[in-house]
Ligand binder design. Sequence first.
Ligand SMILES: *Cc1c(COP(=O)(O)O)cnc(C)c1O
Length: 383
Amino acid sequence: MFHSSYIELSKSALQNNIDFIKQEIGPNVQFSSVIKGNAYGHGIEQYAILAQQCGVDHFSVFSADEAQRLLAVISKPATVLIMGYLDNEELKWAIQNDLEFFVFEQDRLTEAAKTARMLGKKATIHLEVETGMNRTGFAPHLLCSILDQLHNYKDAIYLKGVCTHFAGAESMQNHERIMEQLRLFNEQVSLVKAKGFDPEQIHTASSAATFFYPHTRLNLVRVGIMQYGFWPSPETYDFYSKQHPDKKDPLRRLINWKTHVMTLKQVKQGDYIGYGSSFKAPRDMVLAIVPVGYAWGYSRSLSNQGQVLICGQQVPVVGIVSMNVLTVDVTDVPDVQKGDEVVLLGKQKDKSISVASFAELSTQLNYELLTRLPMNIPRLIVD
Ligand SMILES: *Cc1c(COP(=O)(O)O)cnc(C)c1O
């Protein structure tokens, strides 16, 4: 496929991360690989294939369209859990294809039972309860009635899981709120059990909770950001490294975003570079023109701020990032040539451009920066 830049995904990095997470959670906790948001920008299709090769057998997605993309490419059986959006047509498709899904409102429960009966096939659900995030989840006062209905729907609905989601476990600032959520969750799980249900999977933890609050792992963890090699926040990494002062960062990033020098340009001292007058050459300069701009997710806020790697050296973006092109100062890179590899994100020789530094400069969160990497940049798997 022709393209002006591409994203490499490292298989050995993923294997490393998955081995690390599985070792931390132990054999009795199910690992679910969260691949919403186009697998956090890594590309659902390429990432899912890699993840299966690395031993993943459980995926969590946000919506039916993501589940559909996943099913189209995986070669081995896997459990697929839809945590968010499902319209009624999609609900039917989900039940037909043995997908599991969250139920957090009356409407979806009624519809799931109706559709399952019509199909003559049981729907497998995870009951999401409200504990304080106030996004999705049944309010506690509704739970009794929902459980009564589930008894009536026993022929149509299998209650496999009960779950909730914490409102920011990656920051100790939210500690009390998270603990209150956990208390409410345990109360509701007790009610579910008292009503005669014994769900196989009780789950609450994302990456941050898995590491900050090991007792929230219960019997399944839904891990997103960490499998891609990123800590959910600097705080979570500090926490880990204080507990393991002898170890270096156990996670490895999968992503390398690369392109090539499109052409070189000499400019004279005093010339302006690019649109407008934000950069005036302080000396005679050599510029490398790089064929990536904001149309490819290279934020315009990195104008005169960003850094890229060329010939193993870190060099600055000069001037305004255009739609399809950015310019970097390579005056001090003596051997640079047209066609040389440019790393926008990731490693080259012993240097690296981290998502964190990139994200900080463009004032985006890791999560946001990754998921904004456009879908149509090709993703290539490397070792
Ligand atoms: C995104 C998400 C996760 C994973 O979060 P990470 O911080 O990336 O590990 C887990 N559960 C739910 C419900 C989510 O939406």
